[in-house]
Design a protein around this ligand. Sequence first.
Ligand code: SF4
Ligand code: SF4
Length: 439
Amino acid sequence: MSILTFKGGVHPYDGKELTKDGQVVEYNPKGEIAIALSQHIGAPATPIVKAGDEVKVGQKIAEASGFISANIHSSVSGTVKKIEPRLMANGGKVNCIIIENDGKYEEVEIKKPKPLSELSKAEIRELVKEAGVVGMGGACFPTNVKLSPKNENDIDFVIVNGAECEPYLTSDYHRMMEQPEILIEGLKVSLTLFEKAKGIIAIEDNKPEAIKKLKELVKDEPRIEVKQLYTKYPQGAERMLIYACTGRKINSSMLPADAGCVVDNVDTMFAIYDAVIEGKPLIQRIMTITGDAINKPQNFLVRIGTNQSELIEAAGGFKEEPEKIISGGPMMGFAMSSTDVPIQKGSSSLLCLIKDPVSAVEESNCINCGRCVDACPENLLPSRLAKVARQGNMEEFEKLNGLECCECGSCSYICPAKRNLTQSIKSMRKDVLASKKKK
Ligand code: SF4
Ligand code: SF4
């Protein structure tokens, strides 16, 4: 089998050995939970419960408030205490429904949908919407919208993103190893919407066991193929993944559907399966709790709204006080000021590091070595872009195609002068996009 890839990229230490082995452990929260009304791209959901209401597991507690929005369901049974802003992992505050968990986990009655073969496409999309499914790789785009491109006949590929190229993360790997049949069933549900499309399960070649297992399971599935990707960061970024799997290119102003592709991550495929086959809403996800500061790094099946501090305790607490805690992976995640924040649908990992690899080094002058250019998967000139970004030169930034940056962090990672290129480019991108919106 050929090994697919893209130009550029880097090879950071992957840290996956910390949590690759062992089984996923289900964790049930102890105290109150905080379920954010905005944990997806688009308009925040509108609460449909109030203080004092009793709720059950799986009950809808907030409704999508627009085309790009998502329903929210309770992950515990108990009493709604209040609705108030709470701190999130990214440092911002978001309105949350606070529920006193009664620890009984009483479930709302769930009506199992009709068999897949009897469901219309509209019914499938409605079930995905009703279940509040969003992209769980971090983007959190409502999945029913993604599954409704302008012309469904133009979709040639439904790609399952099993690359999991971010260092330290192993939640997708565990899903693929522990429940591969459900992943395949979720993909089959998506393929029902696109009759012309082929299904691709794309996995980096540092997960040979998962590749072997899934290849065996799809050997008699004419519409599904497992593709092996070269292990290189950011192989799982949407544009790089599409290029590696299909040879098609997209830019920042295009959607995957413009290249005939729909891309969903592994956990999202599970949520699609649960929604359409079981009629269950999205209330749980797998999260990797890891890093050298954690006593027992591992993966947990967690309920949305659980406080992240509880998971650190469940993983044996800190071995040593971490200098840095990151929500997500080390390349694209963000530093957290507090772990007293709830898990959201897009929370993939909590990474706790004894030493902060960034604060320990100081930037020095660019030596024009060109390594950032070689590493950039978007063929950009990161050193030039960072320079014009620091000068605040929006016009030049756009001329140099700065908006095409996917903020992967490869340039900063590879730079021997430890220049904080990504941060400068990222801030400027934000400013340029904001100024375009204003106009
Ligand atoms: S310029 Fe952007 S896309 Fe290129 S390596 Fe840096 S962060 Fe990644
Ligand atoms: S990698 Fe760093 S030192 Fe080398 S050209 Fe880029 S910014 Fe300059």
